[in-house]
Design a protein around this ligand. Structure first.
Ligand SMILES: [Zn+2]
Length: 310
């Protein structure tokens, strides 16, 4: 342990470091090429910038598997093998339906009376459900609510209020998956899982209504996604009517409340079914008072789907 062993070491280290510094400082610029000159890459920074904004701002919600009702494709886009509707033979892959029944698809209520059905989907969050119920109560209007089991479990107080105030609940599945995977890019649900989704919602509502049949025979598919197999299966589960819509307010997209009113007024016709949402991101609640008054001024009154289809 002599000093001679310690003293020279720092000196050697410092010397080495200085040499390395000089060495790298000299060759630095050559060693690190800028990203735009990296071989084989289509220059990732500069030329890419103009194309990125063009892709990002289009909030096409079809690829988001979010539990919120953000993806509502036009009803016409949903695959519908219409030709098979007349087929009486049973597909080999599914169990025979008694009497070959098939659920009926409703996009407009079959009436010539000046009536409109306001339908509110309760997919994810509590959102503006209370405000919507207040507005409806103020105008003495009954509406139709697409109810998920998840929503009913989280908000049993509001489900009870809906039933108490005469609103109609329709089955909107338990956890809001796309049954076909069309809007979420997921595999289609197998028949057993589809049935479980229907029953799960029934159980959740039955916890408040004390009946698993409260929502029958009306089903509204999450994202509006359905296929022929679902239409064949639904009657076996007690659901013979699939409630789609005449006009989607697009409030779920956060468009201004005035635009919600304008869209719906433009599409108003006897028996029109209006698709609205209770969720916090939706502007439907803000639009509702004006929407109701505008429709009333145009001579419409309000019905539930049960008023016309039962
Ligand atoms: Zn929904």
């Amino acid at each position: 342990m002599s000093l001679r062993e310690h003293v020279p070491r720092p000196l050697v280290v410092i010397g080495l470091l200085s040499w390395l510094l000089v060495f790298f400082a000299c060759r630095g610029p050559v060693v690190y090429p800028t990203p735009s000159t990296v071989q084989g890459f289509p220059s990732p920074t500069l030329p890419a910038l103009p194309t990125v904004p063009a892709v990002v701002p289009s909030p096409t919600p079809t690829s988001l598997p979010s539990p919120t009702p953000t993806t509502v494709p036009p009803a016409t886009m949903t695959p519908t093998p219409a030709s098979s509707s007349t087929a009486t033979s049973t597909p080999t892959t599914s169990t025979p339906t008694p009497s070959g029944r098939r659920a009926t698809l409703i996009t407009r209520l079959p009436t010539s009376e000046p009536v409109i059905a306001l339908t509110f989907d309760c997919g994810a969050d509590r959102g503006y459900a209370e405000e919507i119920l207040d507005t409806l109560a103020r105008h003495n209007i009954r509406a139709t609510f697409g109810m998920t089991g998840a929503w009913a479990r989280t908000n049993p107080d509001l489900v009870a209020r809906m039933l108490q105030e005469g609103h109609v609940l329709i089955n909107h599945s338990d956890t809001h998956p796309s049954f076909t995977g069309y809007s979420t890019g997921t595999p289609p649900l197998p028949p057993a899982k589809r049935l479980a989704e229907l029953r799960g919602a029934e159980l959740a509502v039955a916890a408040v209504s004390s009946s698993p049949e409260t929502m029958r025979p009306f089903f509204r598919p999450p994202y509006g996604d359905y296929d022929e197999a679902l239409l064949q299966q639904l009657p076996q589960a007690g659901y013979t009517v699939v409630i789609m819509w005449t006009v989607d307010s697009l409030g779920w997209r956060g468009i201004p409340a005035e635009d919600v009113v304008e869209r719906v007024m433009h599409a108003a016709e006897p028996g029109a079914i209006v698709l609205l949402h209770v969720g916090a991101q939706s502007t439907d609640s803000a639009a509702l008072p004006t929407l109701i008054e505008s429709l009333q001024q145009a001579g419409y009154r309000f019905v539930t789907v049960r008023d016309i289809l039962d």
